[in-house]
Design a protein around this ligand. Structure first.
Ligand code: SAM
Length: 766
């Protein structure tokens, strides 16, 4: 029997967000909680029953709760110990509620006298009261807080109650009950403090931290009795745990069906095995909005959670106390996505919640995931609460909602090493610029300009770890190779960081007219419009203006490009090479040495180092090229002396010969054969590749043929005719003019102009 892979369709519609119906809603406040029922729908759709769901940025643990509810295992991570604490306590099951209430009543009894004292004491008595119980003293709040220290966030009465309450809870022997009472305590800290503001609409208090994302003390805080608040929170925790007992049954077993780790999402593979995860639903931080670790300071201090500098350095945020920039934020996300890629099974799905107001980041994040090997499938505008639920046509225009973006792991990565977004963007920017300037560009031309920019941006070390195919994969996503092997901008790509709209129109008009010769206005507009969809669609007038600048119409119907000289006079960029052949300038010297010079430059473009014959090396033109003066070969001195007279040898950096050339303008060709024969004794592989080559003018064709068929090196024992090749000097010059405009070449490209004594006379290697 064959098993067929189940094909999962993406989710294409939003669900009504029933946030207020979630049983865990009131257990503890947290930032941007996901609508639980929506997360549940995604999990049941994308993860098979009994499968494993992961959330590496779990926050208050909604993904885990929904996974466990639907009988999927859950592994969660968060950098913030507070998030890990809330998630663990919320998912904890089954809970012994009798033991919980017993512990609560014990705490209540112990707290009674101090609660009474605080409620009846005068201000003076409160001031004079010495708090003997532990509370966090001298713990600094973030610099944007309205108070300097954690204790400054509480009224004296709140501080006294919380100090006693904390100690009473910590004395409870039942670990499970203690943990849950601490959860109620922690939730109370968020309410009974100086940041509390009465919310008329909701009829309760809201805390500045969750409204403005900093420790904000309103001008008229509403005082909340700490013990009353705790009493309510303790009941809410009990209610929630009663519900979780019913929902989870005995399915939750920490370390088996459920785990939560306090670590960075960048370390996901420490917590899950490669290719073991069926589905990831995650809601990473929104960049610059919320600095979770800074905002957690009050809770960390009270609950004894250590937050080290190392942890802070890993937070996926912009700004905060560490003043992180966008690059840091995207770097952490990039590393996390990379881990998610490896953790997922082939073809598994990743749903990512995206809530940035900055649409630009949307593209960055989508691209990062693509570069990590994920395939972008679709995105759904998902309202966060029922009230705002309405039909939305264009998700990207309505970021008041959140987007759920669905990706699928492609079985094969396109890119061997993950590419950081700044690097990928830089490559794209530079490529766009070079293509625009030249009306198309070869890979080498793009690379030649990419490298210095990577260096300028301190990205070169990163780049060194990549290989060329990674860069090609980046180019491939936004550019395409035309028939001449030149990169062009793909239709409909949203690039344009670099080129202003007007220039972009000009680029397409010139490219199109260059290609087709003549075209009427409608044809031109039809070609251009789909290529300019990136937010600045041109009007017909824009195109008309550009046409007038760069084209002429002789028949009143069709447009054609102005002559290159005319465009140049107008100061237009020389977008396309003219038909005239490029003739490189060679310094004055003998024609013999000029040929050596040409070969030496090609050698360098091929990434090799020229060795230049002893005699020729004294020519200043050739000396300037800093040729090798020694070859890395072992041969008797007699033969070495002959080899050293070879005009030019292309060699690797360590002096190993790769290709040898003799320029034979007038000299007897026999001496060249003699030198080559010595070289072949030391490096026979050059002969196998026909890379011992005579360069001679076409007028010497007969002489060449004669020497290459009758000399003593032909036939037994040397068989030089099977190893040697020759190039006509005229062909070399032409080829040089062509290749020299390129940043780099492959040495073997010269084979296209080589002739072989026993092969065809038309050139080309057989
Ligand atoms: C938007 S919140 C998640 C909220 C969650 N969806 C919920 O419903 O509660 C993002 C979370 O990412 C966490 N975080 C930030 N940097 C992290 C990192 N490098 N690794 C793991 N978690 C990180 C924050 O502490 C925060 O809890």
């Amino acid at each position: 029997m064959t098993t067929q892979a189940v094909i999962i369709e993406p989710i294409r519609r939003p669900f009504p967000a029933l946030k207020y119906q979630a049983w865990h809603r009131m257990i503890h406040p947290y930032y941007t909680k996901q609508p639980s029922n929506v997360v549940g729908e995604y999990i049941r759709h994308f993860c098979p029953q009994g499968g494993l769901v992961v959330d590496p940025f779990c926050g208050s643990g909604v993904t885990a709760i929904e996974a466990l509810t639907s009988r999927r295992s859950a592994i969660c991570m968060d950098l913030d110990p507070l998030a890990v604490f809330i998630t663990r306590q919320t998912c904890l099951a089954p809970v012994d509620l009798n033991a919980y209430w017993e512990a609560y009543h014990q705490v209540e009894r112990e707290m009674k006298p101090i609660v009474e004292f605080v409620r009846n004491a005068s201000t003076r008595e409160l001031e004079d009261y010495e708090i003997t119980e532990w509370y966090p003293k001298g713990v600094k709040l973030p610099s944007n807080a309205d108070r300097g220290y954690v204790e400054g966030l509480f009224d004296r009465r709140q501080l006294i109650i919380f100090a006693h309450l904390h100690s009473a809870i910590m004395r409870m022997p039942n670990e499970q009950a203690r943990g849950l009472l601490l959860l109620a305590f922690s939730a109370s800290l968020a309410i009974a403090n100086k940041m509390s503001k009465y919310d008329r609409k909701r009829g309760g208090g809201t805390c500045g931290v969750f409204i403005v994302y900093r420790y904000w003390v309103p001008p008229y805080p509403s005082y909340r009795d700490a013990w009353d608040v705790f009493k309510v929170r303790a009941r809410l925790v009990a209610n929630a745990k009663k519900k979780s007992n019913e929902i989870f049954g005995d399915f939750v077993r920490e370390g088996e069906t459920f785990s939560v780790y306090r670590d960075s999402a960048e370390s996901l593979l420490k917590c899950v095995d490669e290719k073991s995860v069926d589905y990831i639903y995650t809601d990473p931080p929104y960049g610059a909005h919320i600095a979770y670790l800074d905002l957690g300071t009050m809770w960390h201090a009270w609950l004894g959670f250590e937050v080290t500098d190392g942890m802070r350095a890993r937070e996926a945020i912009e700004g905060g106390e560490q003043q992180f920039d966008e690059k840091h934020y995207l770097d952490v996300l990039q590393k996390s996505f990379e881990q998610m890629f490896y953790a997922l099974k082939d073809d598994a799905w990743l749903s990512l919640v995206f809530h940035h107001k900055e649409t630009r980041l949307w593209y960055s994040i989508r691209d990062m995931l693509r570069y990590s090997g994920f395939e972008y499938v679709n995105c759904v505008a998902q309202p966060l609460s029922y009230k705002t639920f309405h039909k939305i046509k264009n998700p990207l225009r309505v970021l008041g909602e959140s987007l759920i973006v669905n990706f699928q792991k492609t079985a094969k990565r396109k890119i061997s090493q993950p590419m950081s977004l700044p690097m990928a963007n830089l490559i794209k920017n530079v490529a766009e610029r070079v293509i625009y300037r030249g009306g198309g560009a070869t890979t080498e031309e793009i690379l030649r300009e990419v490298v210095p920019e990577l260096l300028d941006d301190d990205l070169f070390i990163d780049a060194a770890a990549k290989n060329i195919s990674d860069i090609l994969a980046i180019l491939d996503s936004d550019f395409e190779l035309d028939n001449n092997n030149m990169w062009q901008i793909r239709a409909g790509r949203k690039l344009g960081n670099f080129i202003e709209p007007r220039k972009r129109i000009r680029y397409y008009v010139m490219r199109y007219l260059h290609k087709v010769g003549k075209a009427n206005f409608d044809e031109i507009v039809t070609f251009i419009l789909p290529r300019l969809i990136n937010g600045h669609e041109p009007t017909k007038e824009d195109i008309d203006d550009v046409l007038k600048e760069v084209a002429v119409s002789h028949d009143g119907i069709n447009w054609e490009l102005k002559k290159p000289e005319e465009l140049a006079e107008q100061g237009e960029l020389p977008l396309f090479e003219t038909a005239a052949e490029y003739v490189a300038e060679i310094p004055a010297s003998t024609t013999h040495n000029q040929q050596i010079y040409r070969l030496a430059l090609l050698c360098q473009k091929a990434g090799l180092v020229p060795y230049i014959g002893r005699q020729e090396r004294s020519d200043p033109m050739l000396a300037r090229l800093k040729p090798l003066t020694q070859l890395n070969i072992k041969v008797e001195p007699e033969k070495m002396r002959r080899i050293e007279q070879i005009d030019i040898i292309w060699a690797t950096a360590d002096g190993s010969p790769v290709w040898a050339f003799e320029i034979e303008e007038h000299t007897p060709i026999l001496s060249a054969l003699e030198r080559f024969s010595a070289l072949l004794d030391a490096t026979p592989e050059l002969g196998h590749r026909h890379q011992v080559t005579i360069v001679a003018p076409k007028t010497r064709r007969r002489k060449l043929n004669q020497e290459l068929t009758t000399s003593s090196y032909i036939g037994r024992p040397a068989y030089l005719e099977t190893k040697i090749s020759y190039i006509f000097a005229e062909d070399l010059e032409k080829e040089f003019n062509k290749l020299t405009t390129r940043a780099s070449i492959r040495g073997e490209e010269l084979h296209s102009i080589c002739h072989f004594p026993t092969g065809s006379e038309t050139g080309g290697r057989e």
